[in-house]
Design a protein around this ligand. Structure first.
Ligand code: HEC
Ligand code: HEC
Ligand code: HEC
Ligand code: HEC
Ligand code: HEC
Ligand code: HEC
Ligand code: HEC
Ligand code: HEC
Ligand code: HEC
Ligand code: HEC
Ligand code: HEC
Length: 437
């Protein structure tokens, strides 16, 4: 009862007050555009204005990956109670129409959007560098009902994505037919795009290449700026979009290609130069084309099993450490290889099954690798692909600026090699061979 009469009073005051309130709070327009000219209720106008402002809910914050473990999906904008546009609620139809009891929409005081800018700030709707097509065309009521609606912000659709895709039909098909849609896209287009105007291309809330992504992926912001081995891919061309589609793709992680490898090879099909050393990186595509015996994870198309595409603290953005040099003091922790291969292959001095690289029970991996100034895997293996020998053994080993052929010969029970390091030496798992010093 009490509430009801309060509401009535508010309505009365509003009728008188609205034009002032509009002018004071919503519009930066000059006095001359005032619709009605009563001056007497200024104080109550302010009181009402305060009340409306206080009861206007804060805009929903943009979803933050960091702060919320789960996105709050809000596809349904339907309100429990009808949303009524305050000027319509006053029943003073002449705020917009010429007639005080209009029967059509043909008698408007003026065209849109100026009709709306009587009260709404023009700058907020088209004051920035990029203006959305229908806003620039003044078609406010294509999206908003000027009187009342069952949906928030007087929208004509109960779902923002339905509203947007009512015109952007291709995106509608995309939403229907795509498996891996980026969660904030499924939620609402306006998580990233302003429906009216923005300073960034495509009315985005930040620059399209990288900044827009980092507004939510704040953990990535920290990662890409603090890792020691940074990836040039993030700062050239289309930034994050070199690899990801912002809306989603049929591929996992919204990648723009069928496999991680395919994405990597869009750039690593030529020599890339590292920032810090001017070092020229191997052309991986050419290397793989010429060396068809690919290492397991590359056969699976997944370079990210070893490299972090966003950079890392390790050599060459590896997910785990790997020694940079030909020689290194052996420490199990320094080898990414043991993420997939058993470290026993290097750790056990004698073995019957940890490795086939053994002379009888004597572990040749141990002999070469596991010591102070041991040889790192790079002395013998290539990590991407090989052609000349089995077991991903390289044709040549690089020692500083020189490279020596390793001349590997495999036998059914062992093998031999003759690099520049030593004369040909043999290993045999069944009948251990005594090599001459
Ligand atoms: C905030 C401005 C505004 C106010 C206030 C307003 N109207 Fe309208 N009205 C419009 C606009 C704009 C249209 C044209 C709609 C469109 O473009 O789709 C319209 C259209 C109409 C139509 C045509 C049918 C329709 O709904 O599209 C009628 C009838 C109408 N108004 C009645 C009223 C009455 C009655 C009042 C007062 C109780 C009123 N209007 C107050 C802006 C307003
Ligand atoms: C006579 C003044 C006046 C005119 C003219 C006017 N509005 Fe409004 N409008 C208001 C007031 C007051 C509010 C409520 C305060 C607010 O949310 O900023 C409002 C709110 C809105 C809202 C937000 C509603 C919500 O629930 O958050 C939309 C959308 C809107 N107006 C669209 C329009 C459009 C489109 C036009 C032109 C067809 C228009 N307005 C013309 C006064 C006006
Ligand atoms: C393409 C559809 C579309 C058009 C055209 C459009 N709007 Fe909106 N408008 C929206 C959407 C969607 C929201 C809700 C945004 C949100 O929830 O973040 C909104 C929100 C609003 C609001 C309330 C929140 C705010 O940003 O102040 C007002 C007022 C408003 N629009 C006025 C207008 C006016 C005036 C025009 C014409 C100049 C217009 N709109 C044209 C889609 C549109
Ligand atoms: C009434 C139809 C209509 C609705 C509804 C609509 N748009 Fe648009 N949109 C357009 C038009 C027209 C353009 C301008 C197209 C152009 O310039 O090629 C446009 C342009 C855009 C662009 C820039 C595209 C480009 O290639 O430059 C984006 C992004 C966009 N709209 C997003 C949205 C979002 C998000 C929504 C929902 C809030 C939405 N649109 C709702 C008609 C609409
Ligand atoms: C996560 C942020 C994000 C969300 C959410 C989002 N977009 Fe985009 N959108 C972008 C970015 C970034 C671009 C710029 C693409 C580029 O640089 O080529 C873009 C571009 C566009 C374009 C123009 C280029 C194109 O792809 O046609 C349209 C239209 C568009 N978005 C519509 C939508 C619609 C409709 C929705 C909701 C279904 C939506 N967007 C949701 C980030 C987003
Ligand atoms: C509005 C916030 C927001 C923006 C902006 C945003 N994202 Fe996301 N993104 C999310 C949320 C939420 C998830 C789901 C998080 C999760 O699964 O942990 C996600 C997930 C992802 C995923 C993983 C998808 C999967 O299949 O697991 C990738 C990749 C991604 N985003 C990339 C991007 C890129 C690239 C951009 C910029 C074009 C971007 N995001 C902008 C909120 C955002
Ligand atoms: C060189 C290509 C490439 C670039 C550039 C790139 N990403 Fe990724 N991103 C990937 C790949 C590949 C994966 C999948 C990794 C995996 O499967 O382990 C991924 C996964 C993700 C994921 C989900 C898994 C995770 O690591 O959290 C997010 C989120 C993400 N990227 C965001 C971004 C953002 C934000 C940017 C720009 C700052 C960006 N990416 C730039 C290739 C890239
Ligand atoms: C958009 C082009 C682009 C894509 C896509 C790309 N890269 Fe790169 N990558 C570069 C550039 C440029 C450099 C050289 C600058 C630098 O050192 O980061 C580089 C450097 C590297 C380095 C050496 C880093 C160092 O400095 O030591 C590795 C390793 C690497 N990329 C792996 C990958 C992998 C794995 C993928 C796929 C997930 C990939 N790249 C996708 C452009 C790209
Ligand atoms: C089994 C782990 C593994 C996989 C999978 C892998 N790499 Fe590597 N990659 C390495 C290691 C270890 C190095 C360091 C080699 C060195 O320093 O000689 C390296 C080095 C690189 C380099 C720098 C080469 C140079 O000239 O120093 C690039 C570029 C690179 N990888 C790209 C890729 C791409 C692209 C893929 C997928 C096609 C891929 N890697 C898959 C382990 C891997
Ligand atoms: C992500 C898992 C993974 C990582 C990390 C990895 N490998 Fe492999 N590796 C495999 C798989 C799977 C195979 C079997 C397929 C093949 O022959 O390539 C394999 C095979 C090999 C073979 C050949 C085996 C044979 O008898 O033909 C060698 C040699 C090898 N890896 C060396 C390395 C070295 C050195 C590293 C560290 C730089 C490494 N691997 C890191 C998964 C991995
Ligand atoms: C001195 C050369 C040399 C070095 C250094 C070396 N390997 Fe090997 N590796 C071989 C040879 C030779 C074989 C083939 C053994 C056979 O099947 O006859 C082999 C085989 C392998 C295999 C296949 C399975 C097995 O053990 O028989 C893996 C996996 C492997 N090496 C991993 C590594 C890793 C990881 C490192 C570094 C920690 C490493 N290797 C260092 C020469 C080397």
């Amino acid at each position: 009862m009490k509430e009801y009469s309060h509401r009535l009073m508010l309505q009365l005051v509003l009728i008188l007050a609205i034009p002032f309130f509009m002018q004071g709070c919503l519009s930066s327009q000059e006095q001359t555009k005032q619709v009605v000219t009563e001056q007497s209720t200024q104080e109550s106008v302010e009181a009402v204005a305060d009340e409306i402002i206080a009861s206007t809910p804060e805009p929903e914050p943009v979803a933050q990956v960091q702060e919320q473990s789960e996105l709050v999906f809000e596809p349904n904008l339907k309100q429990a109670k009808k949303v009524v546009h305050p000027p319509f609620e006053t029943k003073v139809c002449t705020l917009c129409h010429k007639s005080s009891s209009p029967k059509t929409g043909d008698d408007l005081l003026m065209d849109q959007p100026d009709l709306c800018y009587q009260c709404h700030e023009k700058d907020a709707k088209e004051g920035k560098k990029f203006i959305h097509g229908p806003v620039a065309a003044g078609a406010c009521t294509i999206c908003h009902n000027p009187h009342e609606s069952e949906n928030t912000t007087l929208l004509r659709y109960s779902n923002i994505n339905e509203l947007c895709t009512s015109c952007h039909a291709a995106k509608g098909d995309f939403l229907k037919n795509t498996d891996n849609i980026h969660p904030p896209v499924k939620d609402s287009c306006v998580n990233c795009h302003d429906p009216h105007t923005e300073d960034y291309e495509f009315q985005l809330r930040a620059d399209r290449k990288k900044d827009i992504c980092l507004t939510c992926h704040v953990d990535k912001q920290e990662w890409i700026t603090t890792v020691k081995s940074k990836h040039g891919a993030i700062n050239i061309g289309n930034g994050c979009q070199n690899c990801h589609d912002p809306h989603g793709t049929g591929q996992p992680k919204m990648l723009k290609a069928a496999t991680v490898k395919d994405i990597c090879l869009t750039c690593h099909d030529k020599t890339q130069v590292t920032d810090e050393e001017g070092y020229k990186l191997l052309n991986i595509k050419k290397h793989l084309d010429e060396n068809p015996d690919w290492h397991g994870p590359i056969q699976w198309g997944d370079c990210a099993m070893c490299h972090n595409p966003h950079g890392s603290d390790n050599l060459r953005m590896l997910n785990k450490p790997f020694p940079k040099t030909f020689y290194a003091n052996f420490d199990e922790k320094n080898y990414i290889c043991f993420e997939c291969h058993d470290a026993g292959k290097i750790k056990n001095e004698t073995t019957i099954d940890d490795t086939n690289f053994r002379n009888g029970n004597s572990n040749m991996h141990f002999v070469h690798v596991n010591k102070k100034k041991g040889r790192t895997c790079r002395a013998c293996h290539d990590f991407h692909g090989t052609k000349d020998y089995p077991h991903h053994l390289k044709k040549k080993t690089e020692f500083g600026k020189i490279s020596f052929p390793i001349r590997f010969i495999e036998t059914p029970t062992g093998g031999s090699c003759a690099p520049a390091c030593h004369a040909r030496r043999y290993y045999d798992r069944e009948k251990p061979i005594k090599n001459l010093k």
